[in-house]
Design a protein around this ligand. Structure first.
Ligand code: MRU
Length: 347
């Protein structure tokens, strides 16, 4: 199916098997979670990351919580699942896919007549969500590939690829689909400090699939655009509001601003599960991560002891900088309130 064999999360014999992304690109190894607490820990430590991937991992965390439940009434199981949902939801606050997936797993349990049926319903829902994720990415790829011309160079930021989803990817899915449609396509990947999802993950997975990729430091985005190196930007998203505000990896706003300054179209690719139609921009919690991500690299301290650190993991790009939002149901364009509402209305 063109996903290059990288499947980020898999359900095998009652365990969640995940590629350990903290080890990439040096080692491609998988870790197994058998409890929901292990899944929560994996999400928190970025063993599994990327909005759709943490959503599906969270749903499997609920399936594990249902298995951990020793036996008892349906109500007792629902109570245990409610606690697991909170533990999993508290790991990362910005990507809305996580909360969406946990709520969907919970609703499946609540709809079941007894504890055994609820257990099965949660597991079946998680398995279905994993398959739906791949299907949505392939559809998104089809819509996105139509926007990519033969021979174009696409700039991307962070990792919105197979490694951020179950397989195939969102932004990188559009690039895979363009290639599968016979187009020549090159990628410029930003390094994406401080966690380096661009150099560690995007460069790794594109190379793995034989797609031409060049890495640039985050600080070279303006240079690359001024030199005419990028025909388009395509990034992923952690949350998109009804207004078209896009929350994504820190630095996305800078890339979008540079793209506007240089007349480069700026696209976002995300499934409908990434949309939050209720919140206003000020309601969204931006995850603040550990200072250690900034004060050192590769185990070596690079900043002076005692320095203050501001380390937001995400920023928000306003809709006026977004050329289009590629989803599994088509491409939304300004005015976003109307086009996003139409996507949700379209069956
Ligand atoms: O902190 P991360 O690595 O989970 O952040 C990931 C991103 O910002 C991605 O761009 C986003 O989740 C889209 S993934 C298809």
């Amino acid at each position: 199916m063109g996903a290059g064999g990288l499947r980020t999360v898999e359900w095998r014999d009652g365990a969640l098997v995940m590629i350990d992304q903290t080890l990439l690109p040096g080692r491609l190894e998988r870790v197994e979670a058998r409890t929901h607490a292990q899944v929560a820990d994996a999400i928190r430590r970025l063993v599994v990351r990327g909005a759709p991937a943490i959503g599906v991992a969270g749903a499997f965390g609920m399936a594990l919580a249902a298995r951990e439940f020793g036996g008892g009434t349906r109500e007792a199981l629902l109570g245990a699942l409610g606690e697991a949902r909170e533990a999993l939801a508290s790991t990362r606050p910005t990507a809305v896919n996580l909360r969406w997936a946990l709520d969907r797993a919970m609703a499946a349990a609540e709809g079941a007549p007894d504890a055994d049926a609820a257990r099965r319903a949660v597991e079946d829902t998680a398995v279905a969500m994993a398959e739906e994720d791949v299907g949505a990415n392939m559809e998104m790829g089809r819509h996105g590939a139509g926007l990519i011309g033969d021979g174009e160079t696409i700039m991307t930021h962070c990792n919105a690829g197979a490694l951020a989803t179950v397989a195939y990817g969102t932004a990188l899915g559009t690039i895979r689909a363009a290639r599968e449609a016979g187009k020549g396509v090159r990628v410029i990947a930003t390094e994406t400090r401080p966690v380096q999802q661009g150099s560690r993950l995007t460069a790794f997975e594109l190379q793995h699939d034989g797609i031409d990729v060049s890495l640039i430091p985050d600080t070279a985005v303006g240079y690359a655009m001024a030199q005419g190196m990028a025909d388009k930007v395509i990034v992923g998203a952690d949350r998109i509001l009804a207004t078209g505000h896009v929350f994504n990896k820190i630095g996305t706003y800078q890339v979008a601003t540079m793209a506007r300054a240089h007349g480069v179209p700026f696209y976002v690719a995300a499934p409908l599960s990434t949309f939050d139609l209720e919140s206003a921009p000020g309601d969204v919690t931006i995850e603040q991560r550990d200072a250690a991500e900034l004060t050192g690299t590769g185990g070596r301290r690079t900043a002076p002891e005692g320095v203050g650190v501001i380390n937001p993991a995400f920023d928000v790009t306003p809709p006026e900088l977004v050329t289009g939002i590629i989803t599994e149901r088509g491409v939304a364009r300004a005015p976003y309130r109307a086009s996003i509402a139409a996507l949700f209305g379209a069956k």
